[in-house]
Design a protein around this ligand. Structure first.
Ligand SMILES: Cc1cc2nc3c(=O)[nH]c(=O)nc-3n(C[C@H](O)[C@H](O)[C@H](O)COP(=O)(O)OP(=O)(O)OC[C@H]3O[C@@H](n4cnc5c(N)ncnc54)[C@H](O)[C@@H]3O)c2cc1C
Length: 409
């Protein structure tokens, strides 16, 4: 039997959809509100690059990915873990597999397929979808207010509200962070939005920019303070993009924010120890060009060689010991991080101090928050979606507790 207690879930991203799943399975009447005309825009974008749903890493290491919030996530993930996520996906007919890097992907389904099955399942559980309904805050009685397409502000009578409005990157997907002003007006403390998992800006010369934009630099190591990451990066018109850059972008952003120098070092030959490299390039014959010599002796060519020329002085490149140092520790002159709108995710949002253990806002009893709108950040690798799924699940359980309803296992 359907319970007549109505709950409003706002935001049809992974966090909101997961919350609606838990609440509807517990028998509550769930209404899902979404500002856009369809659900899961960012989830679909994530699917374009291979939908990395979660990671197979052990619990302790997994939680550590959430940096300053590792302890909080340790507790949250104990309630809805990567294993629970995979089991739930299997339950709706989506098998997953662990890739060579330990990342978890859907086996045969696309992001579009998953979303379709998910929305159908929610419909079967009686969840009502209200698209083109932008949340606009609360009425005097505390009911959520929505602005539908006809432009008439409406109250929705709900016993509990779950806000899952996303972060502030990729605003074209609906996650535009405009909700922040509404919560700040209710005295909820928010940390400023900042780009996370983003590219960096480097002031390339016109020659390098036009010749090498879009070209990859393969199998290198990037280092910044005590952090390092390996893999391929791509030269862009603005600077550099790619996995290792994203992995270090948070540290780089914070250093830039403090006005500190950014010691970003790039190792173009990470498999060749410095001493061996020095031996190899110690004896260059007089007439041979440096480009030919490096290509033949250490297979350094194309954009990698040109990057050396771009950053190092001609004198440095002539001196073998200094040249070896440049190849192993090339200082990248970072100017900035790419803008928030382009970042894969955002840091900032509702501070954890503003919510209780059930993710209910302390200053707005009955209002819960989940997903990227909370102030956490994590690297790519499935940690972002897992964070959204887990907090959505947790906040829904918090609502059940708040309403005195037993949660279904
Ligand atoms: C290019 C790209 C690739 C990515 N790839 C991956 C990946 O492979 N693996 C991974 O783990 N993560 C990935 N992510 C990140 C992941 O997609 C997000 O972390 C995740 O979607 C966040 O979920 P969410 O539910 O918190 O918010 P969102 O998915 O952003 O959903 C929030 C929803 O709230 C709606 N909304 C906002 N304001 C209002 C309002 N006022 N009223 C009503 N509705 C509102 C929005 O329209 C939106 O539908 C990727 C992101 C990008 C941009």
């Amino acid at each position: 039997m359907k319970d007549e207690t109505r709950v409003a879930v706002v935001g049809c991203g992974p966090a909101g959809l997961m919350a609606a799943t838990v609440l509807s399975q517990a028998g509550l009447s769930v209404d899902l509100f979404e500002a856009k005309g369809s659900a899961g825009c960012k989830f679909l974008i994530a699917g374009r690059g291979g939908l990395n749903l979660t990671h197979s890493e052990q619990a302790e290491a997994f939680a550590a990915r959430y940096g300053n919030n590792a302890e909080i996530f340790k507790k949250l993930l104990a309630v809805f873990s990567p294993g629970d996520l995979r089991a739930w996906l299997r339950g709706i007919g989506v098998e997953t597999f662990v890739g060579t890097s330990g990342r978890v992907f859907p086996k045969d389904a696309s992001a579009h397929d998953i979303l379709k099955i998910w929305i159908e399942t929610l419909g079967k559980h009686g969840v009502v979808f209200h698209y083109h309904h932008r949340w606009q805050g609360f009425s005097k009685t505390g009911a959520p207010l929505f602005l539908p397409e006809d432009g008439t502000l409406r109250e929705f009578p709900a016993r509990a509200v779950l806000l899952a409005l996303g972060g502030a990157s990729w605003p074209q997907t609906g996650s535009d962070g405009s909700w922040a002003a509404l919560l700040a007006a209710r005295d909820v403390h928010l940390e400023p939005f900042r780009p996370a998992n983003c590219g960096i800006e480097v002031a390339w010369s016109e020659h390098f920019r036009t010749r090498f934009s879009g070209k990859p630099l393969k199998n290198l190591l990037l280092r910044c303070n005590d952090r390092q990451a390996t893999g391929d990066v791509v030269v862009t018109a603005h600077g550099l993009e790619g996995g290792p850059v994203y992995a270090l972008s948070g540290v780089i952003r914070d250093l830039l924010g403090k006005g500190s120098p950014v010691p970003l070092l790039l190792d173009l030959k990470r498999d060749l120890p410095l001493e061996r490299l020095k031996d190899k390039i110690a004896h260059r014959r007089g007439k041979e060009s440096l480009a030919n010599f490096l290509r033949k002796t250490i297979h350094l060519a194309g954009p990698a060689y040109s990057l050396l020329r771009e950053i190092c002085s001609p004198e440095d490149l002539q001196e073998p010991t200094v040249l070896a140092g440049c190849i192993k520790n090339l200082t990248i002159p970072v100017v900035n991080t790419r803008p928030l709108a382009e970042a894969i995710s955002s840091a900032g949002g509702v501070a954890f101090a503003e919510v209780n253990a059930d993710l209910m806002l302390r200053k707005l009893p009955g209002v819960f928050v989940a997903g990227e709108m909370l102030d956490w950040e994590a690297p790519t690798g499935g940690y972002l979606l897992q964070g959204a799924f887990t907090t959505g699940h947790l906040a829904a359980q918090g609502i059940l507790k708040w309403l005195g309803r037993p949660a279904k296992p």
